[in-house]
Design a protein around this ligand. Structure first.
Ligand SMILES: NC(=O)C1=CN([C@@H]2O[C@H](COP(=O)(O)OP(=O)(O)OC[C@H]3O[C@@H](n4cnc5c(N)ncnc54)[C@H](OP(=O)(O)O)[C@@H]3O)[C@@H](O)[C@H]2O)C=CC1
Ligand SMILES: O=C(O)C1=N[C@H](C(=O)O)C[C@H](O)C1
Length: 267
């Protein structure tokens, strides 16, 4: 499968180029960065530290998408919405790892999914998606009146969105287990005289610092006991390998918006 990496010069872009190189079923056919980026014109393999691959980083996504079967996209919400339009036009699979998308961005991505297969997830690792299934099960089993759910996350100092996409994915899994809507039941931050905790809410706490790749815990706190479920990402290759797997799964699949749990059979 011929894959394009957009945001090729980024932390995940470089990890994706390496992961494609390690796959027996995928080949890097193109790499894209934004206009004016210092990466334009460089060899994508050199950029990712794996030696020359003969793929030159371009600022023309339409041209590059026309010669590919799929695109791996870990960029920014605005860029992802633009790439979703181009991937739909080219009828190629679009794997989206970008987090921090607004409801309006998500509506545009859903519209693009009428024309091609899109896999979008706040976390592409096997471990986190298994964790989400476990969180859903725990939230279903434990009464909301007795157990308070809190989602904690820590990431590196460069991360620009909060809570993380993974924290929201885990919150969503907890809400699904409780058969409630996350948006109507979440507390995204606390400060000052907040009053006592409201039963049934799902709380979020965000830490940022250093080089932490990604750490998440979901705590279900009852009277006299606590259950803690968690995941620690030690290397970005876990997300990159998941993204390549998602692209291979999406190839030739009917148009629609899919999740990583669909890809892994954990839905
Ligand atoms: N779902 C998952 O499993 C994971 C998701 N992520 C998410 O992926 C995203 C990227 O993370 P990370 O790699 O750390 O961030 P980086 O900032 O390192 O990389 C993003 C890259 O995208 C580039 N970019 C932005 N806009 C465009 C554009 N219009 N055209 C081409 N390239 C563009 C940036 O260029 P420039 O620097 O010039 O702006 C940059 O090189 C984040 O939303 C993050 O949360 C991260 C890890 C795992
Ligand atoms: O920005 C990151 O780095 C990560 N982003 C994703 C998120 O927002 O959850 C996934 C991973 O935790 C790393």
């Amino acid at each position: 499968m011929r894959l394009v990496v957009v945001g090729a010069g980024g932390r995940m872009g470089q990890a994706l180029i390496r992961a494609i190189g390690e796959s027996a079923e995928a080949v890097l056919s193109g790499a894209v960065e934004r206009q004016g980026s210092a990466a334009i014109g460089r060899d994508a393999g050199e950029l990712a530290g794996v030696g020359s691959l003969g793929v030159i980083v371009s600022d023309d996504p339409l041209l590059v998408f026309a010669q590919a079967d799929g695109v791996l996209d870990f960029t920014s919400p605005a860029a992802t919405v633009e790439f979703a339009g181009y991937a739909a036009q080219a009828h190629i699979a679009h794997v989206i790892g970008t987090t921090g998308c607004s409801a309006d961005d998500d509506a545009k991505i859903l519209a693009a999914a009428r024309h091609t297969a899109i896999v979008k997830s706040g976390n592409m690792s096997l471990g986190v998606n298994l964790l989400a299934a476990l969180v859903e099960q725990a939230a279903r089993a434990l009464p909301a009146a007795d157990f308070d759910i809190e989602v904690l996350e820590m990431h590196h100092r460069h991360k620009v969105d909060a809570p993380s996409g993974t924290a929201l994915l885990l919150g969503d899994a907890a809400a699904k287990g409780r058969a409630v809507d996350l948006n109507e039941n979440s507390v995204r931050s606390r400060d000052g005289h907040t009053g006592a905790r409201e039963a049934g809410t799902i709380g979020f706490a965000t830490l940022r610092g250093g080089s932490v790749v990604g750490e998440h815990s979901v705590i279900l706190a009852g009277a006299g006991e606590r259950i803690a479920l968690g995941h620690m990402a030690e290397d970005r290759s876990i997300f990159a390998r998941g993204a390549v797997r998602a692209a291979l799964w999406a190839r030739g699949r009917k148009s629609g918006l899919y999740s990583m749990r669909d890809v892994l059979g954990l839905a």
